[in-house]
Design a binder for this molecule. Structure first.
Ligand code: F6P
Length: 359
């Protein structure tokens, strides 16, 4: 009998259920008898021993279902050693739940922070396998996370819809795309939807350059423009401030504007007089059914996790490398983010096509 715990942690995404289904189908393919314990609302469920015993049937029919049947919540890694409001030692409680249920392995579907915690639990002696979840595609060590392509599809559709109305009315539009720290979704959705300007956190912008790009389009007879702006886009002036001042400047802007896109719109208006409209698809980017690409990789990731459990190859994060599903030590990925680099081919390609990054 194999006793497997599973949880989904952090911001949700489209293929969490598809991935869990993959894990469970793989386990039933490899073991005669399996017991699955699904912890509710992420690590919280493991801390408080809040779980459901699940059967294969519970994972049937969920390949296309968005969200997570287990629920999710954020348990920030930096607060792991701070007791819960009711005084529980989080790590100790998680270990106790694991031991009480006599688990053979804990499967963690989560992004960077959640995998850091998974690595900590692995260091504390638990058998852990991680699966790289996030729409942001910023988990270090994998070319692809599940959820990313589905979010890119939604952001692209949003920009496509804005494109037609912008064209009819000869307007300039900003579509704000998710990604506070990294710009992968904005970069991909921006290219996929033919955006004219892409602003991402990793490539700080100069508002004069952004306005130049927009004015050049007007001079070239283009009546409208589309900017894909990441929610963490940052100006060159703010990016070069020392950490404390930078944080303050970001906080001041957050107090003044509903979000970064409105700040950029205001700056463009002040600098060039252009009238800008803003659209924020927000959490729609994390919702709905996973796209076929995500259904495929999450099923493959799930199967790989089951294989690792069969081989008792624990302390690993399932990853995609050069189109192969493989695994790396959790410790190798923990604490690192996969950023866009201005030197990446994809950025160079986009620039060659005339997309401005405002840099
Ligand atoms: O990490 C996924 C993500 O959707 C980011 O792109 C976004 O910045 C953040 O989560 C939003 O978090 P919340 O759902 O807590 O508002």
């Amino acid at each position: 009998m194999k006793r497997i715990g599973m949880l989904t942690s952090g911001g949700d995404c489209q293929a969490l259920n598809a991935t869990m289904r993959g894990v469970v189908k793989g386990l039933y393919g490899l073991f005669k008898e399996v017991e699955i314990y699904g912890f509710l609302e992420g690590y919280k469920g493991l801390i408080y021993g809040n779980y459901q015993k699940l059967s294969a049937d519970d994972f049937s029919g969920i390949l296309t279902k968005g969200g997570t049947i287990l629920g999710s919540s954020r348990t920030p890694f930096k607060e792991l050693d701070i007791p819960t409001p009711d005084g529980l030692d989080k790590v100790k409680s998680m270990k106790e739940t694991y031991k009480k249920l006599k688990l053979d392995c804990l499967v963690v579907l989560g992004g960077n922070g959640s995998q850091k915690t998974a690595n900590r639990l692995s260091e504390e002696g638990l058998n852990v396998v991680g699966l790289p979840k996030t729409i942001d595609n910023d988990v270090w060590g994998t070319d692809m996370t599940f959820g990313f392509q589905s979010a890119v599809d939604i952001a692209t559709s949003a920009i496509d819809c804005i494109h037609t109305t912008a064209c009819s009315h000869g307007r300039v539009f900003i579509v704000e795309v998710m990604g506070h720290k990294v710009g992968w979704i904005t970069l991909h959705a921006g290219i996929a939807s033919g955006a004219d300007v892409i602003l991402i956190p990793e490539i700080p912008y100069d508002i004069k350059k952004v306005c130049d790009a927009l004015q050049n389009r007007t001079k070239a007879g283009k009546g409208f423009s589309i900017l894909a702006v990441a929610e963490g886009a940052i100006s060159k002036e703010v990016a070069k401030l020392p950490k404390k001042e930078r944080k303050q400047a970001i906080a001041d802007a957050a107090a003044k504007y509903p979000s970064v896109a409105y700040e950029v719109a205001d700056k463009i208006k002040q600098y060039s007089g252009m009238d800008i409209r803003v659209t924020v698809p927000g959490h729609t980017q994390r919702g709905g059914s996973p796209c076929p690409y995500d259904r495929v990789i999450s099923s493959r990731f799930g199967a790989k996790a089951a294989e690792l459990i069969k081989k008792e190859d624990f302390g690993k994060l399932v990853v995609m490398k050069n189109n192969k599903v493989t695994a790396i030590p959790l410790s190798e990925s923990a604490g690192k983010l996969k950023y866009v680099s201005a030197d990446d081919d994809i950025v160079k390609n986009a620039k060659l096509l005339g997309i401005s990054f405002g840099d």
